[in-house]
Design a protein around this ligand. Structure first.
Ligand code: OSB
Ligand code: MG
Length: 369
């Protein structure tokens, strides 16, 4: 395959309601779309999931733009590309910057699948025609509002509920949710808001039958998580701490977690996401696909990766309407009875809507081979 040009676009889209985690509140989503074009005029699309502020990890929309422009796109030209799996190898000399790498690699995967005339999920080795999804619920104003939001999403059919927790919004909240909804699949995500000093507080959550506790300790830790997991019955799930199959191997060897959240952006792309999946599957560690408040383009990539057989737990890929008045793709992602149908059209299987994309674009830049 030959990439003729790459277009970067910086977009901003207002969210239906703000999303609050232990690290902050997001009102507007700023993100980058990558469009990779071949000589026949086909386009592959990728989305960079870095946020405006470096609060989830160190990347931001601005660092991603610079990395792509100055360091990653130049590595793509000059070379003969036979398969998108080669791209991750070309990027290895560049340290970290996973979200920047994933954005352009994703566009190339989509373009490759379109050139082959096959859906992206098939190109990745997936085999499901529908996926189970849950939903992630941010920190709310008060307990009553949280219970109302959970009720709404349960009625919409989501297969599991994830709530965000932080010190002061944890034990009592989870107790209230469990009391009101005794049978739902429930989990909690702390986004690194605790330390080992909170071990008793976290161990007290064991009685609420949480499916898992996501990233309770530091974003870059595996050692303390191993100690915590030893003291907890609830499975620990790592999100922020895992960037590669090597990280996954170490976490599993150390006993730092029993479940891994795979985010394509956080691990540098679909190729590495597949490797982590394969490793976890061979070690009987369940995985699921996390989310980063993506537009439909990123959502489509999440759907594709979730079709791999080791993604046995419902992910965070909710419907387009969960965050957006109008998404950037047609059709939009819909959820029925907690399931998303996997599209069979070539590539990501959803058509990016250029008019809507242009409307939300702040600026763009084109790069040619
Ligand atoms: O930790 O999973 C997370 C959103 C932004 C940053 C980090 C996380 C999240 C979510 C929301 O939980 C997932 C989604 O609905 O896209
Ligand atoms: Mg998380």
């Amino acid at each position: 395959m030959k990439i003729h040009s790459i277009i970067l676009r910086m977009l901003t889209m207002r969210m239906k309601s703000p999303f609050t985690t232990s690290f902050g509140t997001e009102w507007n989503k700023q993100f980058i779309l990558v469009e990779a074009r071949d000589e026949d005029g086909r386009s592959g699309w990728g989305e960079a999931v870095a946020m405006a502020e470096p609060l989830y990890n160190e990347e931001t929309v601005d660092t991603v733009w610079i990395l792509l422009k100055k360091h990653l796109l130049p590595l793509l030209w000059q070379r003969e590309l036979n398969h998108p799996r080669e791209v991750a190898g070309w990027f290895t000399p560049i340290r970290r910057n996973y979200m920047a790498k994933a954005a352009v690699e994703g566009a190339i995967w989509d373009l490759f699948a379109k050139e082959q005339g096959i859906p992206l999920y098939r190109a990745l080795g997936g085999n499901k025609n529908a996926i189970d999804v849950g939903i992630s619920i941010g920190i709310q104003k008060n307990q009553e509002e949280l219970l109302a939001v959970i009720e709404k999403y349960c009625n919409e059919g989501y297969k599991r509920i994830k709530i965000k927790i932080m010190p002061g919004w944890d034990t009592e909240i989870i107790a209230a949710v469990r009391c009101r909804f005794p049978d739902i699949l429930l989990m909690a995500d702390a986004n690194s808001a605790y330390t080992l000093e909170d071990i008793n507080r976290l161990a007290a959550l064991d009685r609420y039958q949480l499916m898992m506790l996501e990233q309770p300790l530091a974003h870059d830790d595996m050692i303390d998580h191993a100690q915590l997991q030893q003291q907890l019955r609830t499975p620990v799930c790592l999100d922020e701490s895992i960037h590669s199959v090597e990280d996954a191997r170490k976490a599993i060897e150390l006993g730092s977690c029993r479940i891994i959240n795979i985010k394509v952006g956080r691990v540098g792309g679909l190729t590495e996401a597949c490797r982590i999946h394969d490793f976890c599957r061979s070690h009987n560690v369940p995985v699921w696909c996390g989310g980063m408040l993506e537009s439909g383009i990123g959502r489509a990539h999440n759907i594709a990766i979730t079709t791999l057989p080791g993604f046995t737990l419902p992910g965070d890929t909710a419907a387009s309407s969960r965050y957006w008045e109008q998404d950037l793709i047609l059709p939009e992602v819909t959820v029925e009875q907690g399931r998303v149908q996997v599209p069979e059209e070539p590539g990501i299987g959803y058509e990016p809507c250029r008019e809507r994309i242009d409307y939300h674009t702040l600026y763009s830049e084109t790069f040619r081979n």
